[in-house]
Structures are given as structure tokens and as C-alpha cells.
Design a protein around this ligand. Structure first.
Ligand code: DGT
Ligand code: CA
Ligand code: CA
Length: 580
């Protein structure tokens, strides 16, 4: 059975939940939670890493113990620790933890006192007023439980997956499909291909020789949990991770038309169809047709380019297909030349083991160079973020001196001196100008008080950008996909202030952040503010995340010139120099 990163993450999360219910050491619980998150966002298949003999200990936060567990899970689908924990507690009790407001302590109390084992039973107990009678559970908590369980039992929004997770699943599935007899071609479509930051389900296309068993094989894929539909040319399944996959087999001569159709977006398709109609053409997933029903002549369909050409357009890249002006731009041959990974010359947000990173300055520089970059900025956390071992002025001064010495040795690569300084609640910075002035750049970030009103949060950021040495606003909206909503802020005012002050905004490439999002990138471009596309790397492996940022930048219509760190160092330096 092929184990995906999502399976490992789920196992680690379940271990963390169960350890928490058993009141285990909180550090141990957190280690499993962090590992679950790290694996979930990894972007490389742990299974493949193991197959290729890669060193799992090199992954952030992973020691020999966790590495061993990952090997065990990849080999067997579970691990001895999880199985033991499952025997110790009724299987449904961890469900209780999924209810907001119910932590391990309360889950344990409900289980012991009321013999509640499922969310349904908890809901019932709340309805019957049995929860308010428990010590520590007044009527207010009971109402909370009632609301939470109602929402939990009637989920409104179907689950979406982070792109990095969906991509890993799609890649192994596509590779496997390509090995099925008679399969000529297998490709991803849908939101995954459009590089959306989250993916609802996977849409895959194949072309096959006659008689290929691809549909039978697909529904029998080892990771399939259940089959929703199966026919000769299409099938839908739900994988064990809960992810739905739609597969369609299309004729080779229609592949381009089908790829356009199933790549979407729906809004783009509708606009495209309307444009075709205006020219007396009909467009569907089989091709482009001219003439009346019955005697229609097919004029395009084998390639995507032929489809767009038939309606008078140049080929539109998948990232732009959102009906946000791309058809108009294609008609007037004014499509942007989208940013590419190879355009990036450096990375301006990088951590080391001086704060919460895993590797040395030298190792981060070497790894960046191996990724084709010419410079990085070391930007460890500042003292306010104590959990990260953030730098105070004395330690930062020492780091600055060390970087100077490292640069003397390096050739053809430069390490810039920076800091990820905390923006305090009042918009001042966590370190004084006397030390900030010694740096090449200052990356400012919000790490607490996400809850300020829109007006106060906006003022806070404007004030921070007004500080003399401020350079780049990191992860400007603070969102964590699927975990934390962006904070309330007037982004337009922030961008206009950035433009006026000559500072920059970040597109943070961590798969869970991708902050700014696509539309905000477009807004930055419109306001004339350069975007700094940074990995926020915490280990030598994390530069790989830059490609996620590039996908997001492309969705935001960004070209090479719109991105700060496509500049060679000689052009970058004057842009970073603060004269005010
Ligand atoms: P997702 O899965 O929610 O992340 O987003 P998509 O864009 O992958 O949407 P999905 O999976 O529902 O459909 C895949 C593509 O199929 C979609 O991007 C466009 C096409 N499509 C689906 N339904 C319709 C429809 O009703 N009309 C048209 N014109 N195209 C559709
Ligand atoms: Ca989809
Ligand atoms: Ca779909």
C-alpha cells in the first residue's frame, strides 16, 4: 500500500491527540504535532525519500526516533506506538478533540463521567442538559458544546487540501497511471494545474489505446478508500486521505480541448465559450466546431494552443485562467510574460540555527548556491519571539561580524545581513535603530496580536513601515491556510504607504502561508510595489518551497520586473538603501 505524506501526518496527529488525552509530556505531544505539520507541508514524498535512501534525520525537527516511526508507517501503514495507544482508549474519543473548546482534559472528563465516546453522543448529552452538571462545565460551556457539535455534525464547507499535499498525491498517482498498459498520456487538470493554493479535488486526464484497463486499475489503486462512480471513460474515487480524484479518458485528437475544459476555471470556461459563440463557434471538451448542429465541422482540439487560436487568442497559461482579464489580454496580445523560478537571483528571508532554523549560515549559503541563487539575506527572529531563541542586539552584532567573515571567504555568492524583527503592537520594532542601521535589510513581521481591529492593525503596519530602517513587510496578512484567517487590515493603504516609503511586501513561499495571495500580488503590482518572493527557509531543504511562491506569483500576473529579488545584487543594493 503506497503511504502518502498525508497518511504519516494523520498518524502523527492521532498519536499527539492520544498522548494529550493521556496527559503525556507536552513536549512529546508537540514534537508529534510539529512533525505532522512538517510532513504535511513537505512537498516531497517521504516514501520516495526512503526508497532513494535519503536521510530522514535531515528533515526539520526529526531525530532518529521520529525517523524510525516514519519508516515504520511507510512500511506498515501504522506504528507500534499508535497501535498501543489505540488499545488504551476507545477509538472514538479522539473525535471529541475535534470539537472546538474540547481539549484533552475535558475529553477525558466527558468520557469518564458521561461515558461519551462519539460526537453524536456528546451532542445528545448537551441537548439533554447533562454537561452543565459536571464539575468545570457550566451552562455556558454546554451551549458552546452544543453549537460546536452542531457545526461539526453538519459541516458546511467541504475540506480543501493545501496544494503541496494534493501535488504529492497527484504525482504518485500520475506516475502509477503512466505505467498501466495502454496509457499513452496522463496529466493533471483542475485547480492543481492552475496552481491554486488549495485544491478541492484532483482532476486527471488520460489518453489510452483501445482496450486499456485503466479505469478498472484506477478504482483498484491501493490508496482508494471507496469508489463514487465508474464508467468506461470516467471514474471518481475517494482516497484514504479523504481526497476525491476524478479521472477521465479522452481521445487523443480531443486532448487539448479536454485539457482546457477540465483545467478550468469554470468562470474562464464560461467566458471562453461566450467568446466562441460571438464568432459563430461552438466549444466543448471535444473540440471547437463551426457550423450548424449536425453538419458542424471541427476546427481545433488536439492541442490547447489550437483551441485558443481558433477563437483568436494566444495560449493562456493555466495560472491565469480565472476570468480576471486574461481573455481580453490574450486577444490584444498583451498577456504578461510570467515569472519563472529561474528568474530568482536571491532569497531575502532565511533563518539559521541562531534562532529557530536548523542549519548554519554557511550551510544555508551553500544550499542556496546549489539552487542557483547568488545571494541570501540571513533574517533570524528578534528577541521578542522568545520561543525561537530570537536575537537581542548583542547576539545580532555577533552574527553580523560572523557574516562579514563568511563573505570574505565566499566567492560569487553574498550573504546579506538582515533580521526578521517583530512589529510590536504599537507599530514600533523589537530592536533599536542603533543595531538595525548595521544591516543590509530589515524584514518586519507580525507574530502576535492578530486580533486588533482593522483600523488599529493598519495603523500598526503603517507605523512600522515608517520606521527608518524598515525594508520588507513579511507575510503581510498573517494567514495560515486552513488554520488561521488573515488578520483584518486595509491592504490597499499598506501598499500605498509601502510605495511612498520605498519599501516592499513579501510573497512568503511556505506552502501553508503563500502570503500575499494571488489577488493581493496583482494589487501590489497595480500599486507599483515590488514583491519580494522569499522561502522563509528554516533548513537547507526549504529553498524548494520557492516554486510554490513562483506558482502563486504567476497567478498574481507577476513578471520578472515585478519581483524584487530577480534583481542582481548590484541593482538590489540601491533599492534597499534607506535615505530617509
Ligand atoms: P477545486 O477542485 O474546487 O479546487 O476546483 P477546480 O477548478 O478543480 O474545480 P472542479 O474539480 O469542480 O472542476 C474541474 C474543472 O472542470 C473546472 O475547473 C472547470 C471544469 N468544470 C467543472 N464543472 C463545470 C461546469 O459546470 N461548466 C464548465 N464550463 N466547466 C466546468
Ligand atoms: Ca478539482
Ligand atoms: Ca473535480
Amino acid at each position: 500500500m503506497p503511504i502518502h505524506n498525508a497518511d504519516i501526518a494523520a498518524a502523527f496527529n492521532e498519536i499527539a491527540d492520544r498522548l494529550e488525552i493521556e496527559a503525556a509530556n507536552p513536549f512529546r505531544v508537540r514534537a508529534y504535532r510539529n512533525a505532522a505539520r512538517m510532513v504535511g507541508e513537505l512537498g516531497r514524498s517521504v516514501r520516495t525519500m526512503i526508497e532513494q535512501g535519503a536521510d530522514l534525520d535531515a528533515l526539520p525537527g526529526v531525530g532518529p526516533d521520529l525517523a524510525g516511526k516514519m519508516r515504520e508507517i511507510v512500511a506498515t501503514g501504522t506504528c507500534a506506538l499508535l497501535e498501543r495507544l489505540r488499545k488504551e482508549l476507545p477509538p472514538a474519543i479522539t473525535e471529541l478533540l475535534a470539537v472546538p473548546g474540547i481539549g484533552p482534559k475535558r475529553a477525558r472528563a466527558l468520557h469518564h463521567e458521561l461515558d461519551v465516546q462519539t460526537v453524536e453522543q456528546l451532542h445528545q448529552a448537551a441537548q439533554q442538559g447533562r454537561i452543565r452538571t459536571l464539575p468545570g462545565f457550566g451552562p455556558k460551556t454546554e451551549l458552546q458544546v452544543l453549537n460546536a457539535t452542531t457545526a461539526h455534525l453538519n459541516p458546511r464547507q467541504p475540506q480543501r487540501f493545501k496544494r503541496v499535499v494534493a501535488e504529492a498525491v497527484a504525482e504518485s498517482l500520475l506516475a502509477w497511471l503512466r505505467s498501466v498498459p495502454g496509457v499513452l498520456r496522463a496529466e493533471a487538470a483542475g485547480s492543481l494545474r492552475r496552481m491554486r493554493d488549495t485544491v478541492g479535488d484532483l482532476d486527471l486526464l488520460v489518453t489510452v489505446r483501445k482496450g486499456s484497463p485503466v479505469m478498472e486499475r484506477f478504482v483498484g489503486y491501493e490508496d482508494v478508500h471507496h469508489v463514487l462512480a465508474q464508467g468506461p471513460t470516467r471514474a471518481s474515487v475517494v482516497l484514504k486521505s479523504g481526497m476525491q480524484v476524478d479521472l477521465r479518458a479522452v481521445p487523443g485528437e480531443s486532448f487539448g480541448a479536454a485539457w482546457v475544459y477540465f483545467t478550468g476555471s469554470k468562470a474562464h470556461n464560461i467566458a471562453l465559450r461566450r467568446l466562441a459563440q460571438d464568432q459563430g463557434l461552438k466549444i466543448n471538451e471535444y473540440g471547437v466546431y463551426r457550423g450548424a448542429e449536425g453538419e458542424a465541422e471541427r476546427v481545433a482540439g488536439e492541442t490547447e494552443a489550437s483551441v485558443y487560436r481558433a477563437v483568436g487568442l494566444s495560449l493562456i497559461e493555466p495560472e491565469l485562467r480565472e476570468d480576471r482579464g486574461e481573455l481580453e489580454a490574450a486577444r490584444h496580445r498583451r498577456l504578461p510574460v510570467l515569472l519563472q523560478r529561474a528568474n530568482l537571483q536571491g532569497d531575502l528571508h532565511v533563518h539559521t540555527r541562531d534562532s529557530d532554523g536548523h542549519d548554519s549560515i554557511e550551510a544555508m549559503a551553500e544550499a542556496a548556491r546549489a539552487q542557483g541563487l547568488a545571494y541570501i539575506a540571513i533574517t533570524d527572529h528578534s528577541r521578542r519571539l522568545a520561543v525561537t531563541h530570537g536575537l537581542d542586539p548583542v547576539r545580532l552584532a555577533q552574527q553580523i561580524d560572523r557574516i562579514d567573515r563568511i563573505n570574505e571567504r565566499l566567492q560569487g555568492f553574498t550573504v546579506l545581513k538582515g533580521i526578521e524583527v517583530d512589529i510590536l503592537e504599537d507599530g514600533t520594532l523589537d530592536l533599536p535603530d542603533s543595531i538595525l542601521q548595521r544591516l543590509d535589510l530589515v524584514v518586519g513581521a507580525v507574530h502576535q496580536r492578530f486580533d486588533l481591529t482593522r483600523a488599529r492593525q493598519t495603523d500598526r503596519l503603517l507605523r512600522a513601515m515608517g520606521q527608518r530602517y524598515f525594508s520588507i513587510l513579511a507575510h503581510p496578512t498573517g494567514r495560515l491556510i486552513g488554520e488561521r484567517e488573515p488578520y483584518e487590515v486595509d491592504l490597499l493603504r499598506v501598499l500605498r504607504h509601502a510605495r511612498q516609503r520605498g519599501c516592499f511586501v513579501e510573497l512568503n513561499a511556505q506552502p501553508a502561508r503563500l502570503d500575499l495571495d494571488d489577488q493581493a500580488c496583482q494589487m501590489a503590482k497595480a500599486e507599483g510595489v515590488l514583491v519580494s518572493l522569499n522561502s522563509d527557509a528554516h533548513s537547507v531543504l526549504d529553498y524548494d518551497d520557492l516554486r510554490h511562491g513562483v506558482g502563486q506569483a504567476r497567478r498574481g500576473w507577476l513578471e520578472k520586473a515585478d519581483v524584487l529579488n530577480t534583481r542582481p545584487l548590484a541593482e538590489l543594493r540601491p533599492l534597499l538603501a534607506r535615505t530617509m
